[in-house]
Ligand binder design. Structure first.
Ligand code: DP6
Length: 399
C-alpha cells in the first residue's frame, strides 16, 4: 500500500553457534518432546567461523507467516519450527500474566516473517540444525521479550540445539520428568576456561549423508542392544569423567574419551539393523592418521570426533595446530590450488621431520579433504545491535 498507511515493523536479529558433541546424544525416549535416552556434552564453536544469523520481524500489516532459509522462501509449517514458535509465545503470555495489554512490547497474534542464513555452505555437511534452532529461539525470545531458560524450547527444534544456547562446554541433562521440564542444557565451563583449545574441521569430499540423525537414531533405539547398554551403563560414567577432564584441562583424558565416545557412537550405528554408515574410507584414513600422529608423539596430541556424516572434527592444543595441518596437507594434498585449503583462524607454518613422515606411512590421497576450517570454543547466541545486519528490510522482506 501507500507509504503513509504502513504501520511499524519490529525487527530483531541474533546469531547462534554450532556445537560438537564429545559425549554423543543418540536416541530419544520421547519423539515429540525430543527427550534423550542419555545426557550428552558438547563444545560450542566460535561464531567468527561458523554461525547462523536469524532475523524475525512482526507487524500488524503482515498477512501471513513467512520463512526464508539462505535466501529462498521455505515452508514455515514444519512441526518442529511451529513447536518453537508456540512455546516462545506461550512463555511470553505467561510472563505478561498480570500486566496490562499496553505494557506488552507487541501483539502476539501479529503475523511473523523469519529469515535465516548460515555463514558456511550447507553442502559442507556441517550440522546446521543445532545453530539454526538455537538462533530461531533466541531471536523469537528477544522479539517477544522472553528471558531466562530457553534451552528447553530450542530442544523442541532439534535435540542438539539446546546445547547451542550456551557458550563453552555444555552438558544436556537428560532429565527424568515425562514433561521434559528437567531436560535442559547447563554450562560446564565458559569458553574462556581453556584458552589453548583449538578445533580443526576437516571437510571431506563425497556425497551428502544418507540417513538423517532423526531417522537414524530412531532405528538405533528400535534395534540396537549396544545403544541401550551405552545409554544406561557407559554414558553416565563417561560424562562424569569428561566433566572432570574439562575442569582440569586434561587434554590426554579429554582427547581419549572424545575419540572413544565417537567410536562407540559409530559402533551403535553398525549395531543398528539395518546398519547405518556415516564414516567413509576417508573418515577412517583420518582416524588412522590421528592415532599414528599421537603414537609418534607418545601422547594424545589430537582427538577426532565424527557426527552423522564423514567430516572430522579434531581437537588439539594451539601448539599442535601448525604441525597437524601440515600432516593433513601431506596426507590429503589439495586437489585444486584455487580455493583456500586452510580457512578460519590463522595457521603458522611447520615442516615435518622425516621420522614423523615415516610414522604416518600412508600413501597420500589427493583431494580427499576439501578444506580445513580452524576454529576454537566460543560464546552462546548473541543479539546483533547493528541494524544494517538485519536479513529483512523495513518492509519485512529479504534484503
Ligand atoms: C550425532 O540433534 O540432529 O550430532 O534431535 O532428531 O533433531 P534431532 O537430532 P540431532 O542429533 C544430533 C546427533 C549427533 C550427536 C550430538 O550432536 O550429540
Amino acid at each position: 500500500g501507500e507509504m503513509a498507511e504502513e504501520r511499524p515493523v519490529t525487527i530483531v536479529t541474533c546469531t547462534a553457534p554450532v556445537n560438537i558433541a564429545v559425549i554423543k546424544y543418540w536416541g530419544k525416549r520421547d519423539n515429540d518432546l525430543i527427550l534423550p535416552i542419555n545426557s550428552s556434552l558438547s563444545v560450542t564453536l566460535h561464531q567468527d567461523q561458523l554461525k547462523t544469523t536469524t532475523t524475525a520481524a512482526t507487524s500488524r500489516d503482515f498477512t501471513e507467516d513467512r520463512l526464508w532459509l539462505n535466501g529462498k522462501e521455505a515452508d514455515i509449517g514444519h512441526p518442529r519450527l511451529q513447536a518453537c514458535l508456540r512455546e516462545v509465545r506461550r512463555l511470553a503470555r505467561k510472563r505478561r500474566g498480570g500486566s496490562s495489554q499496553e505494557q506488552a512490547p507487541l501483539n502476539l497474534s501479529y503475523k511473523i516473517h523469519i529469515a535465516s542464513e548460515n555463514n558456511f555452505p550447507t553442502a559442507a555437511g556441517l550440522a546446521s540444525s543445532a545453530a539454526g534452532y538455537a538462533c530461531l529461539v533466541s531471536t523469537l525470545a528477544r522479539l517477544y521479550g522472553v528471558e531466562g531458560e530457553l534451552s528447553e524450547v530450542a530442544r523442541r527444534g532439534s535435540g542438539s540445539a539446546c546445547r547451542s544456547m550456551l557458550g563453552g562446554f555444555v552438558q544436556w541433562q537428560q532429565g527424568e520428568r515425562p514433561d521434559g521440564k528437567d531436560s535442559l542444557a547447563q554450562q560446564v565451563a565458559p569458553e574462556t576456561h581453556w584458552p589453548e583449545l583449538r578445533v580443526l574441521i576437516l571437510v571431506v569430499s563425497g556425497e551428502k549423508k544418507q540417513v538423517s540423525s532423526t531417522a537414524g537414531m530412531q532405528t538405533s533405539v528400535d534395534t540396537s542392544a549396544l545403544l541401550k547398554h551405552r545409554a544406561e551403563v557407559v554414558v553416565p560414567k563417561r560424562l562424569e569423567l569428561m566433566v572432570q577432564h574439562i575442569q582440569e584441562k586434561n587434554f590426554e583424558g579429554f582427547g581419549q574419551l572424545t575419540m572413544q565416545d565417537s567410536n562407540q557412537f559409530h559402533a551403535t550405528c553398525l549395531d543398528t539393523f539395518p546398519p547405518i554408515f556415516y564414516l567413509t574410507d576417508i573418515s577412517r584414513h583420518i582416524i588412522t592418521l590421528a592415532h599414528r600422529f599421537n603414537a609418534h608423539h607418545g601422547c594424545t596430541k589430537v582427538a577426532y570426533t565424527f557426527d552423522a556424516g564423514p567430516n572430522a572434527v579434531i581437537f588439539m592444543l594451539a601448539d599442535t595446530v601448525a604441525q597437524f595441518v601440515e600432516v593433513v596437507r601431506h596426507s590429503f594434498p589439495p586437489a585444486t590450488n584455487g580455493d583456500q585449503f586452510v580457512r578460519g583462524l590463522p595457521v603458522g607454518s611447520a615442516s615435518l621431520p622425516q621420522e614423523l613422515l615415516e610414522a604416518l606411512g600412508t600413501e597420500p590421497l589427493p583431494g580427499a579433504v576439501r578444506y580445513i576450517l580452524h576454529t576454537k570454543p566460543g560464546p552462546g547466541p548473541q543479539l546483533v545491535d547493528d541494524g544494517s545486519q538485519h536479513l529483512l528490510g523495513a518492509d519485512g522482506l529479504p534484503c
